[in-house]
Design a protein around this ligand. Structure first.
Ligand SMILES: [Zn+2]
Length: 157
């Protein structure tokens, strides 16, 4: 899906949100990809060259509030940007992650997927490096509780 075929759907947006303002074209950005459901642009405070954020057009604070209709479109943006980072910056891998909520380090309250191009010698770490906490429960215990919670609580819109 190329930029020329994008249908600019106006979904719920928050005029006070910096990402909604970028998506609306009210603030400048270095946009690298867009489709009906997401816009991808360079982070203005990059941790490395090619630090991109894929942002759903729909304003929502956290992943759990993302409309189900956006899932595939946002993931298409992630996959295409990742492939582009490999080609344009000679990355041999990418790290893809979401700080989902303020306690996880999310600063802008509009869901955004970070992508970093990676190489074997960049000195970076894996996503597992963000937390080195001890576990307190068995896998069985956690699995049982989580399965019940997922079944009971989640209702995508
Ligand atoms: Zn927003």
């Amino acid at each position: 899906m190329g930029v020329n075929s994008v249908t600019l759907v106006t979904m719920d947006q928050d005029p006070a949100c910096v990402f909604c303002r970028i998506i609306a074209g009210d603030l400048p950005s270095h946009t690298v990809f867009e489709n009906e459901y997401c816009v991808a642009f360079l982070d203005v405070n990059p941790v490395t060259d090619g630090h991109v954020m894929v942002v759903p057009r729909h304003h929502c604070g956290e992943v759990e509030a993302l409309p189900a209709a956006s899932y595939a479109g946002v993931m298409e943006g992630v996959a295409r940007v990742s492939a582009g980072l490999r080609r344009s910056l000679n990355a041999s891998a990418t790290t893809i992650g979401i700080n989902n909520g303020p306690d996880a380090g999310q600063v802008v309250p509009h869901v955004h997927v970070h992508l970093f191009p990676r190489t074997a010698t960049d000195g970076g770490a894996s996503l597992h490096a963000v937390l080195r906490a001890k576990t307190h429960h068995s896998l069985e215990e956690v699995s049982r509780g989580l399965q019940a919670a997922i079944g009971a609580d989640f209702a995508p819109t």
